[in-house]
Design a protein around this ligand. Structure first.
Ligand code: NAD
Length: 315
């Protein structure tokens, strides 16, 4: 893809040491921005993800809390904000609702304030399919009635509502992306809050037992991280003044099917054990991606098998 619009621009990526963030940062730096700021407090992100980038003269790494106004004081010129920093886990958001509120909501308001002060061209931010909660109609369109079922989902819905209000009141242009289940290289497997693919793969490769919460018939849309980066950059490039888009692959897989695919790929022989479903976990989540395809020309390049092959290095 051609992202030459980033050349010579001043860009901020929050959460840039995280899973999705470090892939985005690596794509942006190839386009030769004038300045790339990365804000990340390394709470779940890893400095090693961006070690080769933070030494570059055009990069400023700010290891601070995204929710503190002082964190952004040194930034004086900005064209684009990509805001990804967040408490990202549904179970953690139940355990730590105040931290979730502070990081996800105050952090977002800090970005809106910065966008207003520096008159940025576009604020692109990570929302989540968690804003939908349990839905009857599949695949889910952006027009569905929103029904978040966790502090995490609620915080993302509030981000969207703030973005809409600030577009109307202050002309701040923004595009929010409702990511479905993102997977790819660099996704951590060492936390109970990690993505299901990274956890399954890690345990299978180590020959460890695997638990599935619920009956395994939960349906998900697994989208490869390169396609998520594509969506974010198309959003920044677009003329849209306010947008909210599903970002998925457009295909669905049950956890039991995923388990079987990974079992074959890793030559793992054990069957899973099934545990009670977790609070806040959604039964069905399938993305309708027609809106982003039609309005931003999004074109996902990887299906699940292609993404997994790239992930385990056989593609
Ligand atoms: N991975 C998915 O499947 C998925 C799905 C839907 C939405 N999202 C959203 O995408 C974004 C990126 O998620 P990810 O999967 O890369 O997770 P991640 O945990 O790898 O990335 C989040 C980053 O934010 C940083 N961070 C957290 N709190 C911070 C704070 N207070 N100040 C500064 N930095 C802070 C973390 O250190 C980390 O590097 C998040 O907003 C998440 O809610 C992800």
């Amino acid at each position: 893809m051609n992202y030459s619009f980033l050349k010579g621009k001043h860009i901020l990526v929050t959460g840039g040491a995280g899973f999705i963030g470090h892939h985005l940062v690596k794509t942006i730096i190839r386009e030769k921005p004038a300045k790339l700021y990365i804000i990340d407090n390394l709470s779940t992100g890893l400095q090693s993800n961006i070690e080769d980038i933070i030494g570059l003269p055009e990069v400023a790494f700010i290891n601070e809390d995204v929710a503190k106004p002082s964190t952004v004081e040194s930034i004086t010129d900005l064209d684009y904000i990509f805001h990804l920093a967040a408490v990202v886990s549904v179970p953690k958001s139940f355990e730590m609702p105040f931290l979730t509120h502070r990081t996800n909501e105050s952090g977002f308001i800090n970005m809106l304030e910065l966008a207003r002060k520096l008159k940025v061209k576009k604020l692109c931010y990570a929302s989540s399919s968690a804003v939908y909660g349990e839905q009857m109609q599949m695949p889910i369109q952006e027009t569905a009635t929103l029904n978040p079922q966790s502090p995490y989902g609620l915080s993302k819905l509030l981000n969207e509502q703030y973005a809409k209000a600030f577009q109307e009141w202050e002309d701040i242009e923004s595009v929010g992306f409702r990511f479905f289940n993102v997977f790819g290289p660099g996704q951590r497997a060492d936390s109970p809050y990690s993505g299901v693919i990274s956890i399954f793969m890690d345990r299978m490769q180590k020959g460890e037992p695997i638990q599935i919460f619920g009956d395994g018939e939960q349906i998900r849309d697994f989208v490869f991280v390169d396609d998520v980066v594509q969506a974010l950059l198309l959003g920044a490039q677009s003329e849209i003044t306010f947008g909210l888009y599903n970002v998925g692959s457009g295909q669905t897989t049950s956890l039991n099917e995923l388990y079987d695919v990974l079992k074959n790929l890793t030559k793992y022989s054990n069957d899973p054990t099934y545990q009670e479903a977790r609070k806040g976990d959604i039964k069905k989540s399938a993305a309708d991606i027609n809106l982003i395809k039609n309005q931003l020309n999004y074109n996902p390049k990887f299906n699940l098998k292609e993404g997994l092959a790239k992930l385990i290095g056989t593609a």
